[in-house]
Design a protein around this ligand. Structure first.
Ligand code: ISE
Length: 331
């Protein structure tokens, strides 16, 4: 039987997920879309020939909806995820799980009370072939223990009103998750410093920034986060280990030569760079919902841990200090 899915939030990401569910993911049936923007909901519903539900909360409890994709803005996630847990429905919630460690912790505790996993968090990089290879390499120990991860995370432009806090919660959050995924360790401290800003940085956004994280065993992770490069999207990670190094996310694909010189193309955004990862993420999630395990990937603890590190990062940017992270006990 097909899993009847509603997509909540049909901005850029939600529309992409709706298309994925409607055309690509086997075992899923897109049945509804929901957004507080009525005109947008109606337009997207019409495009896919599905129901428009104008109140996302009503979509969660709708008896004709089996599972939910939450792609609304981060600050709305806590309420919708808790409602889905009460309704006992599987959820794929886009990152961030919520916008604070306190609210994420509430979700961790509620799911633990239920005694079964229902919520997967949309850290799609875990489904990217490069990150999977790098993780396997680290786990194999062939290069010895990891010492550094050097990460660069670059976007062409930012959405309207993107500020320094969102840079941490929406963008750097991926690097936090990748650090935990690659090393299998928690992040115990973070420090954020920023060079002069690019002239392209909008009001309220310090861009670029430089983030330094420390893991439990003392691996150092540095991240150049630069989200107004103007020209393209790039996410790369370099591992330096005791006896070897590895890089992922380098430009790939066709290289051309002509009178203009030599070169290739650069992805324009994350939908392009991580398209295959999203496809895999969705297929594995729907498979998990169908076989009753509901989650096949990062769960609420991963969402909580990332939220805790990001909150510490926001504090560090404000104070200029190194901030330690204490996750507390895991239920
Ligand atoms: C966006 O929300 C994402 O999740 C992208 O992966 C990230 O690269 C971008 O910086 C965020 O704004």
């Amino acid at each position: 039987r097909l899993v009847r899915v509603a997509v909540l939030g049909v901005g850029m990401m939600g529309q992409d997920h709706a298309r994925r569910l409607a055309t690509l993911t086997a075992g899923a049936e897109l049945v509804a879309v929901s957004d507080v923007d009525v005109a947008r909901t109606d337009a997207v519903a019409q495009e896919f020939g599905v129901r428009a539900i104008h109140d996302p909360r009503a979509a969660v409890t709708d008896p004709e909806v089996d599972a939910l994709v939450i792609a609304t803005p981060g600050f709305t996630h806590e309420d919708l995820v808790l409602l889905a847990l009460d309704a006992g429905k599987p959820v794929l919630c886009e990152k961030p799980l919520t916008t604070s460690p306190e609210t994420s912790r509430r979700i961790v505790e509620r799911e633990a009370e239920l005694g079964r996993q229902l919520v997967q968090v949309g850290f799609m990089r875990r489904f990217d072939a490069g990150y999977q290879q790098l993780r396997a390499l680290i786990a194999s120990g062939d290069h010895g223990a990891p010492l550094f991860l050097h990460c660069a995370h670059r976007n062409a432009t930012t959405p309207p009103n993107f500020n320094s806090e969102q840079l941490m919660l929406d963008s750097v959050v991926h690097e936090v998750d990748v650090t935990r995924y690659l090393t299998g360790e928690e992040v115990v401290a973070i420090r954020v410093i920023a060079p002069r800003s690019t002239a392209q940085a909008p009001e309220g956004l310090r861009d670029p920034q430089f983030v330094i994280m420390e893991t439990e065993s003392g691996i150092l992770v540095d991240v150049e986060i630069f989200v107004n490069t103007t020209f393209g999207y790039e996410v790369r990670t370099e591992l330096v280990a005791e006896r070897g190094q590895a890089r992922i996310g380098l430009p790939e694909g066709m290289v051309t030569q002509s009178a203009q010189g030599w070169g290739g193309s650069i992805p324009k955004d994350f939908k392009e760079r991580f398209g295959a990862a999203y496809d895999t993420e969705f297929q594995r999630w729907i498979d998990a919902v169908r076989n009753g395990t509901n989650v096949d990937g990062p769960g609420v603890w991963d969402g909580y841990a990332a939220a805790a590190v990001c909150a510490a990062g926001v504090r560090s940017l404000r104070t200029g200090e190194r901030v330690e992270v204490d996750l507390g006990p895991r239920p």
